[in-house]
Ligand binder design. Structure first.
Ligand code: 4NP
Length: 154
């Protein structure tokens, strides 16, 4: 079982998008039972709030199923519970390390660090562009999945 935690600032736009895109992707690969996938925030800004309507609209358009969920903050204990803790941007990485402490097991990086063009995923809460964010999330999920396959982790 590979346990993956996606993390962004508010846990209403990007990290739930990545959670549902990656769940759908592994399901389509027939590997659903080999993963445990969640998402969380580095802040309490949106604690208890549902997924942002922009993310809901984009995932509906793309036919990606969602389940009801509410924003929650990353906890220190999550570091032991998860194998991969994937932030959306550099700022998230600093905040994640502030919450979990040292990344002694090298579990923390940006989702797009697995791509051949490592970069941040822009925050649609500020940009209003959920299409670009979706394309970046899909790219990151595919590269991350291929990394797992290439390293014989699945
Ligand atoms: P997210 O977007 O980190 O992709 O969920 C944001 C949502 C809320 C806030 C910031 C970013 N906020 O400051 O409330």
């Amino acid at each position: 079982m590979i346990k993956v935690m996606f993390v962004c600032l508010g846990n209403i736009c990007r990290s739930p998008m990545a959670e549902f895109v990656f769940k759908d992707y592994v399901r389509k690969q027939g590997k659903e039972n080999e993963f445990y996938i969640e998402s969380s925030a580095t802040s309490n800004e949106e604690y208890g709030n549902p997924v942002h309507r922009g993310t809901v609209r984009k995932l509906n358009e793309e036919g990606i199923p969602m389940t009801p969920r509410f924003a929650r903050k990353l906890k220190r204990e999550d570091y032991q519970k998860f194998d991969f803790i994937l932030g959306m941007e550099e700022r998230n990485i600093d905040s994640i390390l502030g919450i979990v402490g040292d990344d002694s097991d090298n579990k923390v990086c940006r989702l797009l660090d697995y791509s051949d063009n490592p970069r941040d995923i822009a925050d649609p809460w500020y940009t209003g562009n959920f299409d670009i964010t979706y394309d970046d999330v899909v790219e990151g999920c595919k590269f991350f999945y291929n990394y797992l396959v290439g390293n014989k982790l699945i």
